[in-house]
Design a protein around this ligand. Structure first.
Ligand code: ATP
Ligand code: MG
Length: 458
């Protein structure tokens, strides 16, 4: 097998001398670590072990950013870590990781991993299946994904240890895989997603040899358990860099293996604008520390496909709007689930956000009031605002609902409202409509596709 040959020829045999950057020559300060990080580092050091901050924590501080968390690497084995910290829990089946808890903060402490050898169990695409050997700082460094992720801050003398040229790549602002890129992607295809995510997080570029195999190997994502993919997609898209990540995923041919319907929708200007708005909205909310939910994110990413099916079923085939939407949602969800998992706790509210859309067209007092008490009203209303922003529904409809939430009395129906009302499928009996539409095609006012139908807001 090709990739295995490449692996054998690239096997490292001699010991590598790392570069050590003394405290005076780098900008990472202990004061930037959390209390829990310091306690864990000193706890291990005082018990006679090596302890380093590694990964995103060091990388983001060197780049002048704020790390999400601090991961710790040590030569202490899991049972030894547990002896040092009473507040410690071991997780993971094959490779055990220690979670050390300090109040609300949980630190992930990993024992140095051993080198990858031919004896590691792989599947027939090269993916590593078993991984349970411990190693040294050096073997651990070469096991990490990108050079900028393999910089170790040593709590003994506050220096940074670099085995792989990570500091140079930080300066060059490049994301580079350690070792042979094709092999490393085959070992774990999720690294392709991580390359895109970390590059946009830092504003770095993906180095040419690291970037080149991605489009070729993108289909290996199919081998990844769907639950892991779900988590990675949320990390990528429900983020302040969500839009850059989405564009990166598309650029490298990854998106079509994750969310093929979103990939196709991005070729359409209005759908792209809708998705762009949804992601920038999410990024703004994250910036304002407002809540965000994968349900809303997925509702937006898949909406262009749902909307297309919905329009087809309601306008062309004459289904009642609620029925049309349900059917379209069902079909889209089934297709999406063939690629990634969406846990029920997100897919149910996601469907509700979609299903409430036609109901915004029905603005009789009692119905409107009932809709406003629906648990998913707020998310569905935010979704309606996005649709109005791209001209999928009239802005007047969104404004009506904005006003409706202000007071007990609902705003009067204006001239434009009457026009919208005329396209409201609910007010017409379903059966005759069906017939009319079959003969009349997609005539203005004849369709029941107010949500994005050609009659609305174009
Ligand atoms: P962030 O925490 O900002 O998302 P991160 O790089 O710290 O980014 P984590 O998932 O916390 O990401 O991983 C911590 C470190 O573990 C990484 O920096 C890297 O050194 C290593 N790592 C994570 N995932 C992989 C992987 N798939 N292959 C090899 N090393 C990995
Ligand atoms: Mg991290």
């Amino acid at each position: 097998m090709n990739w295995l040959k490449a692996f054998r020829s690239k096997k490292r045999s001699k010991k590598v001398e790392p570069q050590r950057i003394p405290r005076a020559e780098h900008i990472v300060s202990r004061t930037q670590f959390t209390q829990g990080t310091l306690r864990t580092l000193y706890g291990l050091k005082d018990a006679g072990f090596e302890a380093y901050v590694v990964g995103g924590g060091v990388r983001d501080l060197l780049a002048g950013g704020t790390p999400k968390d601090f991961d710790i690497a040590t030569n202490a084995h899991p049972d030894e870590i547990r002896q040092v910290f009473r507040n410690c829990r071991l997780v993971g089946r094959r490779f055990m990781i220690a979670h050390v808890r300090w109040g609300r903060e949980i630190l992930e402490v990993t024992t140095f991993r051993g080198a990858i050898t031919d004896s590691h169990e792989r599947d027939d695409t090269g993916r590593i299946l078993s991984d349970n050997e411990y190693g040294t700082l050096e073997t651990d460094a070469f096991r990490r994904d990108f050079t900028v992720n393999a910089l170790y801050y040593d709590i003994r003398d506050f220096s940074i240890v670099d085995y792989v040229g990570g500091l140079e790549d930080m300066q060059k602002k490049v994301i580079r895989l350690i070792g042979d890129p094709e092999l490393r992607y085959r070992e774990d295809p999720v690294r392709m997603l991580r390359a895109v995510r970390i590059a946009s997080k830092l504003g770095f570029s993906i180095e040419a040899k690291t970037a080149a195999p991605i489009p070729v190997l993108a289909s290996l994502l199919r081998e990844i358990p769907p639950a892991r993919l779900f988590d990675e997609i949320v990390k990528l898209l429900q983020s302040r860099d969500g839009l850059a990540n989405l564009e990166g995923l598309r650029h490298y041919g990854l998106l079509k293996h994750l969310l093929p319907m979103t990939d196709r929708a991005m070729a359409d200007a209005r759908s792209m604008e809708f998705i762009r708005l949804a992601l920038t909205n999410t990024a703004d909310r994250l910036g304002n520390e407002q809540t965000v939910s994968p349900a809303f994110l997925y509702a937006a990413l898949l909406w262009p496909a749902v909307d297309q099916g919905y329009r087809k079923l309601s306008a062309r085939e004459g289904h009642h709007p609620n029925v049309a939407l349900n059917q379209a949602a069902e079909a889209v969800l089934a297709q999406a689930l063939a690629h990634v998992s969406i846990p029920k706790r997100f897919s149910l509210p996601m469907r509700e956000i979609w299903q409430l859309q036609p109901r915004f067209e029905q603005r009789s007092g009692a119905r409107a009031k009932r809709l406003m008490t629906h648990p998913r009203f707020r998310a569905a209303y935010d979704f309606l605002l996005l649709r109005a922003s791209v001209g999928e529904v009239p802005q007047a409809l969104a404004d009506w609902w904005t006003k409706a939430q202000d007071g007990v009395t609902l705003p009067p129906v204006t001239a434009l409202d009457v026009e919208i009302e005329a396209t409201d499928g609910e007010s017409l009996p379903a059966a005759p409509k069906k017939k009319r539409r079959r003969r009349g095609g997609r005539r203005r006012g004849a369709g029941s596709a107010p949500a994005g139908g050609p009659s609305s807001g174009e």
